[in-house]
Structures are given as C-alpha cells and as structure tokens.
Design a binder for this molecule. Sequence first.
Ligand code: ZN
Ligand code: ZN
Length: 560
Amino acid sequence: MISNSTISEILELTSKLLTLHDRDENRAKALGAISFTIDRLTDSIFNLDTTEIQKIRGIGKSVATSIEEIKTTGSLAELDGLIAETPEGVLELFKVKGIGVKKIKTLWKELGIDNLNELRIACENGKIAGTKGFGEKTQTSILESLVFIQAQAGKLRMDKGKELSDLVLAILVDVYPQIVVSGQIANKADVVDELCYIVPLKDFGGKKRLPDEFEEDYAESSPFAWRGNLQGNSMKIVIHFVLEKDFVSSQIIYSSEEGHLKHVSENLGQNLFTFLKNKSFSSQEEAYELFGSKFIPEELRVGLGEFELVKSTGLEELITFEDLKGTVHNHSTYSDGKHTLREMATFCKDELGLAYFGIADHSQSAAYAGGLLPATLIKQWEEIDQLNIELGPFKILKGIESDILANGSLDYENEILKEFDYVVASVHSGLNMDIEKATDRLIKAIENPYTTILGHPTGRLLLSRKGYPLDFKKIIDACAANNVVMELNASPYRLDIDWRLIPYCLEKGVKISINPDAHSTAGLLDMKYGVSVARKGGLTKAMTFNAMALSEVESFLKKA
Ligand SMILES: [Zn+2]
Ligand SMILES: [Zn+2]
C-alpha cells in the first residue's frame, strides 16, 4: 500500500520539476497545493476510488488520474520523464535547505551550477552572495546545509533505519533462518549509518548466495563478514558470520558501542571484550553474570556508566513504555494536528490505556501552524469540559504549546496563561541566535512562573537541522531552580533534549517528560522512541513526569 506521504512526495517533486523546466505553470501550482493537502489527510488515499478522490478539495480529473497511476504503478510517468531530463546533480540541489525551486533554477540556468560540489565552490568564492535574489545570508546558510548533507550521506533516523532494517531482514531470513539483528538497530541509536546482522553457522562452508539486489563491496568483505548495500541504497550493510559457539558473545559485541566493551570488571581485571572473545555462553544474561555484572540490555550498551547504573539504580527502575500513565504534548485539529481532540483523547484512553491526555496546541503567534487565538481557546476548553464528563475518570488536561517569543516571553497575557493546567514553552522561530542570546531567551522562558515544561529545547531536526547552540548547564540549572520539567521530545525527527544530557538533569533533580508531540493518533506511539533513548540516559520511572499518576500530576501542577 502506498502511503499518503509517498503520493504527496511524488506530486510535489513533479510540481517542482515542472517549474524548473518552465512547463505548465498552472499544473505545477495545482500539484504543489494538492501534495500539501494529501499529506495532511486523515484517511489513506489508497483506499479511495477515483470519484472519491475527485471530491477532495482542489483535485480535478487530471490530477485524480495521476494519483490513480501512482496507486497502481508506484510512480508517475510524467515525473519519470522530468527526472530523465534533469541532471542528477541538479536533483541533488533540492536537498539544500532554504533554497526553493526558483533559486535552483537560477543556480542551474543562469550560473551553470549543476551539482552540490559546484554550489559549494561558488559559495566559497562569494559568487552566490553577489547573485540577485540570494545575498550573504543565503550563501552562509547554503554552506552550512552543504556541510550537513555531506555528513549525513548514508544515514537514517532511527524510525527509517528500523523500517529499512526490517525490509532487509525479511529478505535475509529466507536465506538464513537463524539471522538476528544487531548493531545500531538493536542498540536503538538515534541515527543509523550501518545495518548489522549476525548469522550463526556450523562451519564457514555453510555460507549461501545472497539475492541479486545485494551488492557486495568486495574490498571490505572477508570470509567472516559480508559487506555491501542494497542496489540503489547507500546505507551500509554488514552480515557477520560466526560459529554457533560464538553466537551469544557476538550478539553482545556487535550491539555494543566501544566504551561498553572497554569496561573493566574489577574482579576479573579484564575488559568485557577480552572476556567475551572466543568464549561460549548459553545466554547473554549468563555472560554478564560471569563478567560480574547484572544483565545490561542492548540499548544501554553505550559506554556511559551503564554498569554503575544497573548496579546502583537497578534495571527495574528504568522507564518502560508500559510505565507511562499519560501524555502531555500533543496537537489536534484546533491547530495543525490531523485528528480531532476527541479522536486523540479516545485513542489514548482506549488504545493506549492511558489515564490522561494533555492537549498542547500551538499558541497565537504560530499563525503558520494554526495557533489558537483566545476566542478559540475558550471554545476548546468548553469541548474539553464536555469530553471530561463523558470520558471520566480519564482526563483531558488543558495545556498549550506556547511559542517563546524573541525576547523570551510567552505568547499570551497572564490572564489567559493562568487558565491553562500547564504550559509547554517552545521556540519555533528566530533559530539563528548565538549561544548567549539563545540561552538567555530560554532562561527567561524557564523563569516565567507559567512555564511547566521546556519543549524541544534545541529545536534540532535529526539529519536536517542542527539545534541552536545552548549552554545546557545553565539551562538545566535554571529548570532545577524554577521547578520546570525538561521535555524529551520523542518524535524520531527530534529526540530533543539529547539523551546524553539526561544524567545531568537527574543529578539536578529535573524531571523529564517523554512527549510525543503527536499530530495524529499514530504519532502518539512515538513515545516508544523516546523511551528507548531515555533508557540510554538512565531515566527512571520516578523521574519521568508522565509516568506519574493523574492525581500526582494534578498536585504537581497545583504547586507549580
Ligand atoms: Zn513545537
Ligand atoms: Zn508541538
């Protein structure tokens, strides 16, 4: 089944390339608008027939036919034709943040730039700054984006990495039924640059031929490891072949970061790697026990004090998905969400078994995201009161995701702020401040008596936007001093605050809220990604804000 977002992407690229090649301007405009509409639809367009598709606003007969073509063939001949006419390097220019198709057209047709490398050289020579419509600022941001693109080639966010890994596994399991997933996927790394599998064999003569779509990198492969990639996909794949007797130790070795393997057991005077090498165990639990440690699950094998953590805190104290009692940073159709307040709340109640659902739609300044004006807030609160009568004892909490304005203040007058059960304060604009300004701005928001939670503190988007620079020590200290909760935004796009900063939050007594920032019911499940990385940082149930029971949350909010 083709997802709405894939259909939307195909239409969007078609629209851009029509513009790039000066073709039918009206069709380009229509496709651009419709791709946006489709991406935001609640229902899967795949299940609609052509007549139903035509009922969607803005979709005429010719676009409906194109959508039908995508649904049946997985692509669009019109787009394939346009791609064939476009140099590969020019297509790559679309990856650069902050330049749209009109600018790309200028770069290609007027400056003759047809690949990323030439664009970089032109920026470095100051040629772009001097071009009409660009300027110094755009040139700088193009250069920054180019560095980022270079660094991320062959990398995926954890959600996409898992998707690809499952796909590869489904093929490999036919060849090697005993194969297991290891490496960064097992370790739940936030960014993945290699897919790693282990195959246990009786002897190395038991290796088989892989299907044709697996392209071997002969220079990197060895009798003990197949290395390569899937045809047309730059993600590196490694398959380790091990003897059955080494299977358990290999599973620990290949799912661990180096620091974990270098941990020295006091009793044995030996590091984990040396201890495991060429030894047989019946289970991973047994291996850790003989090493003199409690069992350490894969996601904790990061080399940042996990041996001490399982000893002092105990594995059972770490947060799990099942421990979450509610969720507090979510959007609905009141702002830019896909599902209604009722749909979101009942999903939390009935499907996830949660006790509370906090709505935190966007605030008034976020006009691009349908930010709520005071009149709409009042309407929303009335609906919440009604739903709470109907759904109780389940409770919807009245929150808001308030923009932090450039000067650090929140986005409503105090008379309105005091009506919310809680406030998630987040930065969405003015992301280019230097470290001092950005830190001061956040601290001012943290010190605001109405702020409950600091939302996605760095604003980063993994593999696409670096977060703004912050003095984290100051930020976390300010949260501690003002009893403000730190968000771990659980969207795999963000995973912000970085889990490596959780230990310092815990040291300072700052609670962490694992917030999905859900814009749809499916988005609520992103809390699973948040839990995985939170465990890496040693987050306990006791210090997780939304692991508190409803009554505890309510008394926390009353005091705050
Ligand atoms: Zn936000
Ligand atoms: Zn949000």
